[in-house]
Design a binder for this molecule. Structure first.
Ligand code: PMP
Ligand code: GLU
Length: 399
């Protein structure tokens, strides 16, 4: 007999993992599927980071670490935040966790409760909305579209704020849109939030280094909101360390202490060896890892040119992260090869079944017109995937 809590019933499975599991199942049946589902770099962890992990094992870093992380890692994070972001934090303001995912949940669980609203500019990363529900909060949304590069304006934000708003949560660079907010845009947003001191900005900057055209800005750089901001970052994307599970938050001291309290009752400190390896990663000049970004840059160009040629796809040229989020609504309301396509999720399933290309539909990202492609895949796979989709749609029957 199933006895789920009301909380669990409110939540959904993570659609990124649902789709990547579907691809895995199809592959296990011998079907040749190309997966552009999960957002994870396809590179190996750089050698010097791996060596640091071996050293940590050999030096017996096999015990519990302090709950918010080893001091040398927290100091390395402070150095990184000062060097790259011009932000000043003490080690006591950093909480290292099991991936940025846990850092976000730590912050939400620290400040959000029943009836509290969290503003999510849409499209948002799939887990934000479910995490807000997990802590009994209420997500509220700001709609954007491909025409505005999926970015909210300060005026939209101000209109969305209610007396119940406790936080605003967004990623810049953004998963799934690949857009990022410029210095000037963030300044206008900071000026709005500064008028509401009870609101916390949760600024997810995990794609910081995957930025092709501009300079990354953290909203915490604006002094008027520094005390209101929780900066989230981690090792998964920039260092291809997704499975090592190291993320972190940098917060005002009261919030950092709260994160430590939550984490200390849930998972304790993050993996000791991965923490030690992260010190090496953060202390190495990022130019040594830039080859991954240059590879993503080439793939972005490649996919953009191929995707533009697919009939019915309205696609922008994302400036950061490794996702495309084309608007495919021109296909809605039609039977394609006998399958009724009503929204982005139907279209994503259609592509999986008919073209054998795995994507993630936009509904769980808060946009039912778009589908997400991760281009963290090889050039051959990307070319083949775009060709399959084009051929499939060109030869499809519509009714
Ligand atoms: N934020 C965003 C926007 C993401 O895309 C992801 C996915 N990795 C995360 C946070 C979580 O990353 P991790 O838990 O692997 O550090
Ligand atoms: N963040 C990645 C994605 O959006 C990995 C999967 C996940 O954590 O949801 O695909």
């Amino acid at each position: 007999m199933e006895k789920f809590s009301e909380r669990l019933n409110r939540m959904s499975f993570s659609q990124t993992f649902v789709m990547s599991n579907k691809v895995r199942e199809m592959k296990s049946k011998g079907i040749d599927v190309i997966s552009l589902t999960l957002g994870e770099p396809d590179f190996d962890v750089p050698k010097n980071i791996k060596e640091a992990a071996f050293d940590a094992i050999n030096n017996n870093f096999s015990h519990y670490s302090p709950v918010p992380g080893f001091l040398d890692l927290r100091e390395a994070i402070c150095e990184k935040l000062s060097r790259d972001n011009n932000l000043s934090y003490q080690a006591s303001q950093i909480c290292v966790s099991n991936g940025a995912k846990q850092s976000i949940l730590n912050v939400l669980a620290s400040i959000i409760g029943k009836d509290d609203e969290v503003i999510l500019p849409a499209p948002y990363w799939v887990s934000y909305v479910e995490m807000v529900k997990m802590v009994d909060g209420t997500p509220t949304f700001i709609e954007t579209s491909i025409e505005s590069n999926f970015k909210m304006t300060a005026a939209q934000l101000e209109r969305a704020i209610t007396p119940k708003t406790k936080a605003i949560l967004y990623s810049s660079p953004c998963n799934p849109s690949g857009s990022f907010y410029t210095y000037e845009e963030l300044e206008t947003i900071a000026n709005v939030v500064a008028k509401y001191p009870h609101i916390t900005i949760i600024s997810d900057e995990i794609y910081e280094y995957i930025n092709y055209d501009g300079k990354h800005t953290s909203i915490a750089e604006f002094p008027q909101v520094y005390e209101q901001t929780a900066v989230i970052n981690g090792m998964s994307k920039a260092f291809a360390m997704t499975g090592w599970r190291i993320g972190y938050s940098a917060c005002p001291t009261w919030l950092a202490t709260a994160c430590e309290k939550i984490q200390g009752q849930m998972t304790s400190g993050a993996n000791s060896m991965a923490q030690k390896a992260s010190v090496t990663a953060l202390k190495t000049p990022y130019s040594e890892y830039q080859y991954m970004i240059e590879e993503f840059r080439k793939r972005r160009e490649l996919v953009y040119n191929l995707m533009k040629a697919i009939p019915g796809f309205n696609v922008n040229f994302p400036e950061s992260a490794f996702y495309f989020f084309p608007d495919v609504s021109s296909y809605f309301g039609k039977n394609i090869n006998g399958k009724l396509v009503e929204d982005a999720d139907d279209f994503s399933m259609f592509l999986l079944d008919e073209a054998h290309v795995g994507t993630v539909g936009g509904v769980s990202f808060g946009n039912s017109n778009c589908i997400r492609f991760s281009y963290a895949a090889s050039e051959e796979e990307l070319k083949e995937a775009m060709q399959r989709i084009k051929t499939c749609l060109e030869n499809a029957t519509f009714s």
